[in-house]
Design a protein around this ligand. Structure first.
Ligand SMILES: Cc1cc2nc3c(=O)[nH]c(=O)nc-3n(C[C@H](O)[C@H](O)[C@H](O)COP(=O)(O)OP(=O)(O)OC[C@H]3O[C@@H](n4cnc5c(N)ncnc54)[C@H](O)[C@@H]3O)c2cc1C
Length: 409
């Protein structure tokens, strides 16, 4: 198992009464086996179980203990790849279809959050996406026109308009409506509990070390203790551990990133509408608030596939993130309380990997690589439900593993 993060994470400390699940100790047969109990595996497990499908989630460690624990909980329909750029990459029709699927996924996450009967910190928010430099303003304007022309709820703000509402100066911004924030770990635990209540079986401390297809298309997964889990379908929701896919996944890069959470701030009134803030620079800086009044910020990605081990080196990077908060909101006083570094997967065409293995029928992938991982996991759950039922999904051709857009990168 690879190191996914280190440092002091925030979300797990916000939770009480976490339910634990037993490891798999006897051979078992199920309709759908999901390998991985993070955000992706839990959303898939929930959606499939709610649809009456017999599903079993197996997790090597603990539910939400993978990169989900490092997630900063921002849900946006805009992606790391701008709509205007995606149009150039895959054509207008598919690019808009993909962006609309992301917008609908945020709504769907909110609907599920409301049904779980637990507080998971889902709050609808708008985002402020600002031009990091004057040179980026034409690009931002073009993006605004692409979004507005495709029916998204957006507004263009000049530098003066930003300064009227916020204590920082930036050349221009797009305001997007239809985004949200969430407590990712709270959401995943609540999803797992609801999936279990709907009939899913969940097994923590169950490491899948072998996978073969037996006669009549039955998938046979073997755990590190020799227990066999048979299934008609297997979904790999293994996050940023592509080596788990035995060479099936190509054209993905794993980098490292940084994040922090401050102490609760006594007064957040300067942060109008608790808007989600990010920028056009790449890699980008981003920040949000929490219900407790903390600020969570992240970014400053580096081209390195391992989390940084040295605490002092990590602190140098997260202190810079903290300075960026102060640059935007100079009057904030709360100190940095949590900080962490984590690996982060990105596909080379900026789209997630979701769909059936082109060479291995019955085997599916739910890999939401990119800054919008949670939104992608939601799309994946619905898409994979359709595929397993033998039905089409409107965006399956855009995100499948053998898509044409991967050939040119
Ligand atoms: C710092 C940071 C900030 C982020 N912020 C955001 C954000 O604001 N919004 C957003 O949408 N996304 C964000 N992301 C991305 C988001 O965290 C990921 O998309 C998401 O956590 C991926 O969930 P997952 O379930 O795919 O992976 P994971 O949470 O890593 O889960 C995969 C699980 O599979 C298990 N596993 C692997 N192999 C096996 C095996 N052989 N047998 C059994 N189990 C196995 C692992 O133990 C792990 O628990 C962020 C990521 C990072 C690192």
């Amino acid at each position: 198992m690879k190191d996914l993060y280190n440092g002091r994470l925030y979300w797990l400390e916000t939770l009480n009464d976490i339910r634990r699940y037993p490891s798999l100790t006897a051979n078992k047969r199920t309709s759908v086996a999901i390998v991985g109990g993070g955000m992706s595996g839990s959303i898939c497990g929930y959606v499939l179980a709610q649809s009456g499908i017999d599903v079993c989630i197996v997790e090597r460690g603990e539910i939400a203990g993978g990169s989900t624990a490092a997630n900063t909980g921002i849900l946006q329909f805009c992606n790391d790849v701008m709509l205007s750029e995606l149009i150039g990459q895959i054509g207008r029709q598919d690019a808009v279809l993909f962006y609309k699927a992301c917008r609908d996924a945020v709504v769907h996450i909110g609907e599920i959050a409301a049904k779980l009967g637990k507080e998971v910190g889902f709050i609808p928010r708008s985002s402020l996406y600002y031009a990091s430099t004057e040179q980026d303003v034409p690009k931002l304007r073009k993006e605004f026109e692409a979004l507005q022309g495709s029916g998204f709820d957006v507004e263009f703000w000049t530098g003066e308009e930003i300064s009227i509402h916020y204590p920082f100066h930036k050349p221009a911004a797009i305001i997007t409506r239809g985004d949200a924030e969430i407590n990712p770990c709270g959401f995943v635990y609540a999803l797992a509990d609801a999936a279990a209540a709907a009939g899913a079986s969940i097994h923590e401390h169950t490491d899948i070390v072998d996978h073969a297809t037996a006669g009549e298309g039955i998938q046979r997964l073997t755990t590190s203790t020799g227990i066999v889990l048979e299934a008609e379908h297997v979904i790999y929701a293994v996050g940023y551990e592509p080596e788990e896919l035995r060479g099936q996944l190509v054209k993905a890069d794993v980098n490292r990133t940084y994040a922090l959470a401050t102490e609760p701030q006594p007064d957040l009134s300067a942060w109008k509408d608790n808007i989600l803030i990010w920028e056009t620079a790449r890699p980008y800086f981003y920040m949000r608030t929490t219900a407790e009044g903390r600020i969570i910020a992240g970014g400053h990605d580096e081209d390195n596939p391992k989390p940084l081990n040295s605490e002092s080196e990590r602190r140098k990077r997260t202190d810079k993130l903290y300075d960026r908060i102060k640059e935007h909101f100079p009057l904030f006083t709360g100190r940095l309380e949590y900080d962490w570094t984590a690996v982060f997967g990105e596909s080379r065409d900026n789209l997630p990997f979701i769909g059936e293995d082109p060479k291995w029928p019955g085997v599916y992938y739910c890999l939401g690589y990119g800054g919008n991982g949670t939104v992608y996991s939601m799309i994946a759950a619905n898409l994979l439900l359709n595929l397993i039922r033998g039905e089409e999904h409107p965006i399956s051709h855009i995100v499948r593993l053998d898509r044409p857009s991967l050939e040119s990168v």
